[in-house]
Design a protein around this ligand. Structure first.
Ligand SMILES: [Zn+2]
Length: 102
């Protein structure tokens, strides 16, 4: 009896998780679609975390950064800061800013 009950619970759990996985995959697909459409339109898929304005990809010193078209906030993806600092080892403004003392 107890075993049968366990199996039934397990079956329900599996069903629950496979449904959750499916939902997650569908959400991810929708997200990718939005990102692709945004990319085609020349905008980043991301909304500004500060004001909900649209983030636009802007090339700055050969690095693509996201700039909010509403509040002017600048957002960096992972690796972009690294690119900016590395690049400025050649003496860009960013290295002066980043490595400035005091
Ligand atoms: Zn903004």
């Amino acid at each position: 009896m107890a075993d049968a009950m366990d199996e039934r619970t397990r079956g329900l759990e599996e069903e629950y998780f496979s449904r959750k996985n499916k939902e997650a995959i569908e959400k991810l697909r929708a997200k990718i679609k939005v990102a692709e459409e945004a990319k085609a339109a020349g905008t980043s898929s991301m909304k500004c975390p500060r004001c909900d304005g649209a983030l636009k990809e802007t090339k700055f010193e050969e690095v693509l950064i996201d700039v909010c078209d509403n509040c002017g906030g600048v957002w960096l993806d992972s690796g972009e800061l690294d690119q900016l600092t590395r690049q400025s080892e050649t003496g860009g403004w960013f290295s002066r800013l980043w490595y400035a003392e005091g």
